[in-house]
Ligand binder design. Structure first.
Ligand code: AMP
Ligand code: ZN
Length: 432
């Protein structure tokens, strides 16, 4: 049942004692980094002040901008010759940030992934196809070493080249994949095109879905089409990458590996902690990383803590699937909208295909939202009455949820631009 039972089911008191000890070590170590040396001095903070977990609130937050301005080595807490690996964020919002790891850091990271995959039910006998980009992005190598440590045959295919992915799945009888959810949806069309049905023609049984927000409905679509169980995998490069939060077989929230990370949820406006169960911004501190510890990192990801114990027996608390990022929020005609709301509505609607895009335009003082949606090809043949009915239905569904009326454009499958990495959902053409 467990990869590391002692750690995974550690009684909460013991886990918190371990967290305090690791937090003290981490904070003292962080004081070696030029960035934290200055931050601590500015705040009049001494590492010895950490006596309890709450004392972390004496330390100011670290933001992505801090990481950027400290580029490249300002957060290094170890000598350069202790480092063995560098990774970076995918840099979708400005210059990417870099993270450095010692050998022990890589070892601890790998361990979180092995645990996570084992928790979801992957075993040595599985054939694991890692369909994430290798290289600086953490989704490739992170999962790769975790799967190897688990003992599964690992196929490091990387992203893209859909037909080849399917061929590999068939030839080597792949049973588990790591895949971006928008790409998993896109690939359904390629299976169709090739006249293949993954339920019949592959042995897939597990998918790890990570790297981008997706709704429960998208998970169900993927599970249905491929005939497998899909598990949500959350992580960010600043906290190593994947292996931060991961679903167990209960599929009811993501366990955060609290022996490696300390989590807080704050109100992004007041920066004060919120109660368990209340949604806010996730703030994370590394507890085991020696090369580049990061304290109170504002992830910008919105979620809530599920404090109730999980039926699987693991004591590490869960978070709910990410509902958006504070910087993802669109403000249109004064209404706050998260792209995931639109994804959810679309995926619930029959006839909607596997991809969509939101385009924002400004005409005079008015903002307009255009939602381009791929729909099944049959809507485009014969008379277009059904297409128009579907367009009206989608417009109405969206309006009832987001409270503004977008212009909905329906397009044929495979018309919207595809990326190999995270899907680009919003094109903002508004200029001030
Ligand atoms: P990067 O550092 O480039 O790997 O990007 C990390 C970001 O990707 C996170 O802060 C999240 O916004 C997003 N992300 C990663 N995994 C998930 C997931 N399972 N659900 C929602 N968002 C995710
Ligand atoms: Zn669980």
């Amino acid at each position: 049942m467990f990869w590391d039972e002692k750690i995974e089911t550690m009684p909460r008191d013991d886990l918190e004692t371990l967290q305090i000890a690791r937090l003290q070590t981490t904070v003292s170590r962080a004081a070696n980094a030029p960035f934290y040396k200055q931050l601590f001095a500015g705040a009049g903070f001494e590492p010895a002040a950490i006596k309890s977990l709450d004392d972390i609130r004496r330390i100011p937050f670290t933001t992505k901008d801090d990481l950027r301005t400290s580029w490249p080595y300002g957060l290094l807490a170890a000598a350069k010759d202790e480092l063995v690996r560098m990774h970076s964020s995918s840099g979708t919002t400005g210059r990417s940030t870099v993270i450095f790891h010692t050998a022990a850091d890589i070892d601890a990271w790998t361990d979180t992934l092995t645990r996570s995959m084992y928790m979801a039910g992957m075993r040595k006998a599985d054939v694991f196809q890692n369909m994430m980009t290798y290289g600086l992005f953490t989704g490739g190598l992170g999962f790769h070493y975790g799967a190897e440590r688990l003992g599964a045959l690992t196929i490091p295919v990387g992203a893209g080249n859909s037909k080849r992915q399917i061929q590999l799945m068939r030839d080597f009888e792949t049973t588990a994949v790591h895949i971006i959810p928008s790409y998993a949806l896109h690939l359904t069309g390629v299976f169709d095109e090739m006249g293949l049905d993954p339920r019949r023609d592959t042995r897939l049984r597990i998918a790890f879905l990570g790297a981008e927000p997706h709704s429960e409905k998208t998970r169900h679509r993927i599970e249905e089409f491929y005939g497998l169980k899909a598990f949500n995998s959350y992580g960010l490069s600043e906290m190593n990458g994947p292996g931060v939060g991961f679903e167990c077989q209960c599929q009811a929230g993501l366990h955060v590996w609290e022996d490696n990370f300390l989590m807080e949820i704050i109100d992004p406006d007041t920066l004060e902690p919120v109660d368990d169960g209340v949604e806010g911004e996730l703030v994370m501190t590394t507890l085991k990383r020696a090369g580049m510890p990061i304290l109170r990192y504002r992830t910008k990801d919105l979620t809530r803590i599920i404090a109730q114990p999980c039926a699987c027996g693991r004591t590490h608390r869960r978070i709910e699937r990410i509902t958006g990022r504070t910087d993802d929020m669109l403000i249109i005609k004064g209404v706050n909208i998260f792209p995931i709301q639109i994804e959810k509505k679309l995926m619930e609607t029959d006839g909607v295909g596997t991809d969509f895009q939101i385009i924002l335009e400004r005409k005079g003082y008015n903002d307009h939202m255009i939602v381009r949606v791929e729909v099944a090809r049959e809507f485009f043949s014969g008379d277009l009455k059904q297409l128009e009915l579907l367009r009206k239905k989608i417009t109405e569904e969206l309006r009832s949820d987001i409270l503004i009326t977008p212009r909905v454009d329906l397009v044929e499958p495979n018309t919207l631009p595809k990326t190999e990495g995270k899907a680009v959902r919003v094109i903002d053409n508004r200029t001030d």
